[in-house]
Design a protein around this ligand. Sequence first.
Ligand code: CP
Length: 316
Amino acid sequence: MQKSLEMVKLPHFVSVENLSVTTVKALIQRATYFQQGGNVPVWSKPIYAANLFFENSTRTHCSFEMAESKLGLTAIPFDPAASSMQKGETLYDTLLTLNSIGVDLAVIRHSQNGYYRNLINLSANSQLNLGIVNAGDGSGQHPSQSLLDMLTIYQQFGHFDGLKIAIVGDLTNSRVARSNMQLLTRLGAEVYFSGPEYWYDQQEFSQYGQYLPIDQLIGQMDVMMLLRVQHERHANESQFDAQNYHQKYGLTNARYQQMKDKAIIMHPGPINRGIEIDSKLVEAPKSRFAQQMKNGVFMRMAMLEAVINGRHLGGR
Ligand code: CP
């Protein structure tokens, strides 16, 4: 990835579904440039962003705020609980309000899958003129997590071709699994799935990779990508047995010892220690959890810049 790739320009950044391999590589290159201390662009006018998080978040929310700060944007505080949405204002009308007072970009996390489609359709014939960056929608897409994961894998291996990558755990509820299985297969990696059968939907997942027990995968994989057990999305949570899950599907110390020398473990966070992973392994040599979080800031800078460019907000 030496040659300088074209500048990415997108009117919104809501999904990885239509991202080409060239675009992903350009974003990795741009995030790497920012990580290495490359100059941020000089904008021709002030650019304002608002971060609207309707689901809890630490990494994504703070990381977007950090990315905005490093890019020289001004973040306008928005708290859903203290907003007029509590009086019944719709999300569209909230965005129209923010846009009318000068906000150019809205970073949104929402529990509803695909919430952005309606907003983008409506904005085609309305006064709303604002870039939407999806910070995670229900169990749909998590493009910024997926792209920071691609950066982390690229930093480790320098390529994606033929890498064996297992996505393990709460698959059906996971926007991270959905985004990553799509991007990884497009980039040439071999994807495998593991975890409880009740969180595996063959019809949806089998087109992207094979489903196998973790003990058949662990010694063969280059990347073990663990997923958070999303307790808040489970109907029969009282039946969940953490110890049983850890022993059957989790990364125990015994399984860690079987991993290939150069293999890595990843997790989008937040981590349930002792469930997806033995607590002692969270900062083990093969763990890239902290690296993923560091990478998130620089990848989000690249994503925000792509939307600024796509909407010609900064004079470019
Ligand atoms: N990975 C991730 O989305 O974490 P947060 O929910 O803390 O943002």
